[in-house]
Design a protein around this ligand. Structure first.
Ligand SMILES: Cc1ncc(C[n+]2csc(CCOP(=O)(O)OP(=O)(O)O)c2C)c(N)n1
Length: 659
């Protein structure tokens, strides 16, 4: 199995292979991706599409001496296998196994971590400047490899702009497959589409091969300006139509392309020449997402990320799996906002390149004129929403908790400072599992709570989520407390629990008391209400009198209810799936201190002050002590009661993908 690939322990092993052998390695890389992902799940179509490019880069360049900086990192599986991680590839995204993204601590060939889109060009420019300042200019090439959609990120464009005019030896490789997770959108996508059909692309193979034969061999790795210019012109003249790459040329790059990103011979020849060029170079590759696996080539959107059931019928290529069953938080969101928009023409929905993940794809079908995909541009999405709100629209901005981090200053400076009623819907809030630390949505409570004018809510179940969305749209943003409001909800299915209590309508700043008691108070926020409520029931069955509060509001906190319970029980346990530092629990401590009640005993449960690894969510919940047994144990501890024998930890099922 993987006869040639298994003999590649580092990129150096590629240098001795013939072109035919390298082509066989490409075949085996694709086999390994398909075989392994049918068991582990992971990003799929992007990885198949990047195989030839990655193989060519590692054949020509020598990482880690040469610095290849990957953008986003979801397409890097071939890179992992070629840099000594083939034998661990079956542990991909499993707890304790290989990360699904790039990690400096995982390999010295992962030169810069990634997970969020758009970072590669800025980081690579930093590597290039550091190289030059440390006197290594003649020894190292520096490249950023970025997808067409990731290049729509503001950060990527900032880097492109800044590095282009530096004159430094620096290469940007654009892996252009015409797709984000969904369709690429916007002016850059249109421009790239024009480049892709430029006449020279049609017969680039023959032309490039002929031209490259004509390029004089250059001793050493750095050529003088004149030689470089000849090289550049011979390449660009033959592989692109006149001025087709003008945008990149104007930004200071020598544009080469578009090149067939699956023709290994051409790729190796082109990179061999580019490696000798001086100054900023932009290499435009045309690739096919899902290359080599028919169902993925036909429907790259569906096969962007996979779970094992999707391969149930790989022989016929029929995907038979779905990402999850039951009522997901996302589906509750999607259904509610479509209904709300049916009745309210002011509602507009915004996504930053995540229509499927956020459920806005369905909104788009019903209300195409009020649906906006900003591309991978979270900052712009939020500022755009602020503009809509300033003119009286009701923008619903659906962005994963982790990606909204990008827009912190816009939330503060453009939304909150002007008290504009933008509704933030933070999907995947909480631990997301297999995607790991780059994607855990655990910071939003802390990064929003200290911003004046921002209000924050979180539902305990699907019914409450639906009610909160209706409250936000119909009451909050038009009422006396109008202003920015954020609602957070996790990935996966919303719980279905008998709360043993009549439904209480949503009201500004009002918590919901689900159990009355006098020994200890449990206060939970959002998705922690369900496991905390189970703990309260256990304690209740052991004779403990529990006051149980579903906080509903992280900001403003329900002072009256919280202080009253604190006074009566003197013991509080607070549970949230977000970082403890600056979280809801911190807010409750601040509230107690402000009211001279610092003597109340408080136990905070949340995500500790460290980055949490990837792995199945139940494992991560146990690591962070965010489980029903942990909460119940805390109650017993506070009351000086004995603990039962610890439960044996059971097996944990595989979790579906995040993004
Ligand atoms: C800041 C940020 N927003 C959103 C995402 C989610 N995301 C992961 S991959 C991806 C699409 C990337 O497309 P592209 O760069 O063209 O690479 P491809 O998958 O097509 O190879 C998106 C939107 C992200 N990783 N980071």
């Amino acid at each position: 199995m993987y006869e040639l690939l298994s003999r590649i322990h580092s990129p150096a092993d590629l240098k001795h292979l013939t072109r035919d052998e390298l082509k066989q390695v490409a075949v085996e890389l694709r086999e390994a991706i398909i075989d392994n992902l049918s068991k582990t799940g992971g990003h799929f179509a992007s990885d198949l599409g990047a195989v030839d490019m990655i193989l060519a880069l590692h054949t020509v360049y020598s990482v880690p001496t040469d610095k290849i900086i990957w953008d986003t990192g979801h397409q890097c599986y071939a890179h992992k296998m070629l840099t000594g991680r083939l034998n661990r590839f079956n542990t991909l995204r499993q707890y304790g196994g290989l990360s699904g993204f790039l990690r400096r601590e995982e390999s010295d060939c992962d030169l810069f971590g990634a997970g969020h889109a758009g970072t590669s060009i800025s980081a690579a420019y930093g590597f290039a400047v550091a190289r030059d300042m440390m006197g290594h200019s003649n020894d190292e090439s520096v490249l950023a490899v970025i997808g067409d959609a990731s290049m729509t990120a503001g950060l990527a464009l900032e880097g492109l702009h800044n590095a282009g005019h530096s004159g430094r030896n620096f290469t940007v490789v654009l892996n252009d497959n015409d797709m984000s997770i969904a369709e690429s959108v916007g002016g850059l996508a249109t421009y790239l589409a024009k480049l892709r059909v430029s006449p020279f692309y049609q017969n680039v193979e023959a032309q490039a091969k002929n031209v490259l034969k004509m390029v004089p061999g250059t001793p050493g790795r750095v050529v003088n300006k004149a030689a470089s210019s000849v090289l550049k012109h011979s390449l660009t003249h033959m592989v692109s139509s006149d001025h087709s790459g003008i945008l990149f040329e104007e930004l200071g790059y020598q544009y080469i392309g578009p090149i067939d990103g699956h023709d290994l011979d051409v790729l190796i020849d082109v990179f061999t020449s580019v490696r000798k060029m001086t100054g900023p170079v932009f290499v435009h590759l045309r690739t096919v997402k899902g290359k080599g696996y028919d169902p993925a080539e036909e429907n790259a959107r569906k096969w962007h990320a996979v779970t094992p059931p999707m391969f149930a019928d790989t022989a016929s290529g029929t995907a038979s799996g779905s990402k999850s069953s039951g009522q997901t938080w996302t589906s509750v969101f999607s259904k509610a906002i479509i209904e709300l928009a049916n009745d309210d023409p002011k509602i507009a929905a915004i996504t930053a390149a995540m229509p499927d993940g956020t459920g806005l794809n369905k909104f788009k079908e019903v209300h195409p004129n009020r649906y906006f995909d900003t591309a991978i541009a979270e900052q712009h999405a939020v500022c755009f929403a602020a503009g809509l709100a300033a003119e009286g629209m009701k923008p619903i901005t659906a962005i994963y908790s982790t990606f909204l981090q990008r827009a912190y200053d816009i939330i503060l400076h453009d939304v909150a400072l002007q008290n504009l009623p933008v509704m933030f819907c933070l999907d995947r809030a909480g631990l997301v599992g297999d995607d790991g630390p780059t994607h855990h949505g655990v910071f939003d409570i802390a990064y929003l709570r200290h911003i004046p004018n921002v209000t924050m809510i979180a539902p305990k179940d699907g019914q409450e989520f639906d009610a909160m969305l209706r409250y936000m749209v119909n009451e909050h943003v038009v009422g006396s407390h109008s202003g920015p409001i954020a609602i957070r909800y996790p990935r996966g299915n919303a719980p279905s629990i008998d709360w043993n209590s009549p439904y209480q309508p949503i009201a500004y700043g009002k918590a919901e008391v689900l159990m009355r008691g006098s020994d200890v108070t449990m206060l939970a926020y959002g998705n922690m209400v369900a496991p905390a409520f189970e703990a309260a029931k256990i304690l209740d069955s052991e004779g403990v009198s529990v006051e149980f509060i579903n906080l509903r509001w992280a900001k403003p906190l329900d002072k009256e209810v919280i202080l009253d319970a604190a006074r009566r029980t003197g013991k509080l346990i607070v549970m949230e799936e977000g970082v403890i530092n600056g979280g809801v629990g911190s807010g409750i401590l601040e509230l107690l201190a402000a009211n001279g009640m610092s003597d109340v005993e408080v136990k905070l449960f949340g995500v500790p002050d460290k980055f949490i690894e990837h792995g199945a969510i139940p494992i991560l919940h146990r690591l962070c002590m965010l489980t029903t047994p942990d909460f119940a144990a805390a109650g017993r501890d506070m009351l000086g009661r004995a603990q039962p024998e610890p439960e044996r930890l059971g097996e944990v099922a595989h979790e579906p993908m995040t993004a």
